[in-house]
Design a protein around this ligand. Structure first.
Ligand SMILES: Cc1cc2nc3c(=O)[nH]c(=O)nc-3n(C[C@H](O)[C@H](O)[C@H](O)COP(=O)(O)OP(=O)(O)OC[C@H]3O[C@@H](n4cnc5c(N)ncnc54)[C@H](O)[C@@H]3O)c2cc1C
Length: 486
């Protein structure tokens, strides 16, 4: 009708990671008002973070600004709480300029009234954001298992600020070791690089670090090479558990040849600063008894824990809002959670499931007929399907994001179920070698490395970064890595 002002439905997206960013860029702006809430105003291409941490790539080549999505609104803040009945999100503005992952700053949930990881640091102001449809895509945090000293002294690799801190620290360690006032004993301590966690992230970081040392630092600090050691510790009997034994063995043999130590079935129990060597750490490892291991840096990559927002909203009990699938529930309800990972469970259309309040958490998964809420969806690392274990990967997050946004665009949510297409797993092993496994084939060595780089290039988000990434790779190949400290 002429003169009619058509009001678009407001879709609020929590998070600017693989799931949130991927969803927002696919959602049709002509059909929906797109509002994003995230503590950071950019998307990070996580598979390339390990490379940026050692200067193979420039930090900016792994980032995409969410402002370029031309959203209706972007609020830099933490979703602190959700009222599913009133359809309102409580947001705390993020006033911190620290771009590192907030794993270090999460104190005990009971010690803070706010769930936001900024608790304990500067608190932002709170405000409310209403939604018509809500997409929860706030990801997960690094798991530390409450091990003494990890939060305070280990380095994490989840965000671009983390990569920058690691790069600085590695170069700082070499400069300190090169001082004439440093003893050989201290050099041994400073130049032991400990990586905890033998999953793809830990292994790729070890490989990238080894490349940096072998290709670049060995030329600049030739006298220090005899003191350098890189060790990966893992509690499991085997690293890279998602790969077949033959590929995992290939990776381990490659590491052995390159001089990277892999210690499986090793349980780290404590990290503390070494009072006799400034900037060094002492690690307790159960298998070594009272004998401590010295290290200059500990990079922690052992797994995931739930985002505090998910902890908070899934602990809430509320009256049943409109239901989209399954039976309407009477009385009080709560979100259905995966008892193992704590993720929110959704149905196969990615709508958030609810169950009666009295269902014990450990039985959540077995609840026979959960109902799915209208207008509330969860995707990415914070979400799971009740009867299908999918890995917490960018692949799953981005496929769910695109499936859901297309469903919104076509108005077909609830029609066709989400089906994950496994494109295979890849890990870089250093020295131009990688492994790749998929249902079609297994690849290892240089060919897998070519596939690894090509895959990242084609998945790299903007045209700008599709150009920047290979340019930086070429610069590194020709002139070496960027080892400036800033
Ligand atoms: C170093 C590294 C390498 C990896 N390599 C690979 C790989 O090679 N292949 C692969 O498939 N996967 C890889 N992954 C895993 C992959 O990055 C994750 O599975 C993926 O990021 C999950 O996407 P997500 O959107 O759920 O979470 P994230 O990408 O973590 O995004 C979560 C977003 O939510 C925001 N947020 C957090 N709390 C709140 C809140 N309270 N309110 C609003 N927003 C919030 C965060 O700031 C962030 O923007 C890697 C991960 C890392 C860390």
């Amino acid at each position: 009708m002429f003169g009619h002002t058509y009001k678009k439905e407001r879709v609020v997206i929590l998070g600017s990671g693989w799931a949130g960013y991927g969803f927002a860029r696919t959602l049709d702006p002509n059909k929906f008002e797109r509002v994003m809430i995230s503590p950071r105003s950019y998307f990070v291409f996580t598979p390339l973070l390990a490379g940026t941490a050692v200067g193979t790539l420039e930090f900016r080549a792994t980032l995409e600004s969410v402002r370029r999505l031309d959203l209706d609104h972007f609020h830099q803040g933490w979703a602190d709480d959700i009222d599913f009945n009133r359809k309102v999100i409580r947001v705390e503005a993020n006033v911190s300029d620290d771009l590192a992952s907030k794993a270090k700053q999460i104190t005990s949930r009971t010690s803070s009234s706010s769930n936001s990881p900024s608790s304990g640091s500067k608190q932002g102001e709170f405000f409310d954001v209403p939604y018509d449809k809500l997409v929860i895509a706030c990801g997960s945090y690094s798991q530390t298992f409450g091990i003494d000293g990890v939060r305070e002294h280990a380095f994490f690799l989840r965000d671009v600020g983390d990569a920058r801190k690691i790069r600085l620290k590695v170069l700082q360690l070499f400069e300190k070791a090169a001082l004439p006032t440093t003893s050989d004993e201290e050099r041994n301590k400073l130049l032991h690089f400990a990586i905890v966690g033998g999953g793809p992230t830990g292994i790729e970081f070890a490989a990238e670090l080894h490349d940096l040392i072998r290709d670049d630092l060995s030329k600049l600090y030739p006298g220090l090479m005899e003191f350098v050691a890189v060790t990966v510790y893992d509690v499991a009997p085997k690293v890279l558990p998602m790969f077949d034994q033959s590929l995992a063995t290939y990776a381990m043999n490659h590491f052995k040849r390159e001089g990277i130590h892999v210690k499986t079935q090793h349980h780290l129990t404590r990290i503390r600063p070494d009072e006799d060597c400034e900037g060094c750490m002492k690690l307790n490892i159960k298998e070594y008894g009272d004998e401590e291991v010295n290290a200059g840096i500990v990079v922690w990559s052992t797994g995931l824990m739930q985002n505090p927002l998910i902890e908070k909203v899934s602990g809430k009990v509320f009256g049943c809002p409109p239901i989209a699938g399954g039976e309407s529930l009477s009385g009080q309800i709560k979100l259905q959670r995966d008892p193992k990972t704590g993720s929110i469970l959704t149905d196969h259309h990615l709508r958030v499931n609810v169950v009666p309040e009295e269902t014990p958490v450990e039985k959540d998964n077995d609840f026979p007929h959960p109902s799915a809420m209208s207008d509330v969806y969860a995707i990415g690392d914070c979400a799971a399907l009740p009867d299908q274990v999918l890995p917490a990967t960018a692949q799953v997050a981005s496929q769910k994001a695109v499936y859901l946004a297309k469903g919104f665009n076509k108005g077909s949510v609830g029609e066709k179920e989400f089906k994950f297409k496994n494109w295979g797993s890849m890990t870089y092993l250093g020295n131009w070698k990688a492994i790749h496994q998929s249902s079609a084939d297994d690849l290892k060595g240089w060919t897998a490395w070519v596939l690894w780089r090509t895959a990242y290039l084609t998945k790299s988000m903007s045209i700008r970064n599709k150009i920047m990434v290979p340019i930086y790779w070429c610069i590194t190949w020709l002139f070496g890595r960027d080892i400036s400290r800033f």
